[in-house]
Design a protein around this ligand. Structure first.
Ligand SMILES: [Zn+2]
Length: 70
């Protein structure tokens, strides 16, 4: 038994492409207590996460903890 999950076909809110919410991904979500289906396909989700990381990165540059030698 896989826990009763079945692959779901969802539409990405970012690129409007159909993507599969896999059983593994559903188990991952369930383990973390997420009850909502993902809104983005994997490609857009990766871009979204990267954008968040870049924002953080810029934040770090704004407040450097050390300086590079000239
Ligand atoms: Zn997408």
């Amino acid at each position: 038994m896989t826990g009763g999950f079945e692959p779901k076909f969802l539409i990405c809110t970012e690129c409007n492409e159909e993507f599969v919410f896999t059983v593994a991904a559903q188990e991952y979500f369930a383990e973390r207590g997420y009850t909502e289906d993902p809104k983005r396909c994997k490609t857009c989700h990766t871009k979204y996460k990267k954008a968040l990381r870049d924002q953080k990165h810029n934040h770090v540059i704004d407040h450097p903890q050390y300086e590079f030698p000239e």
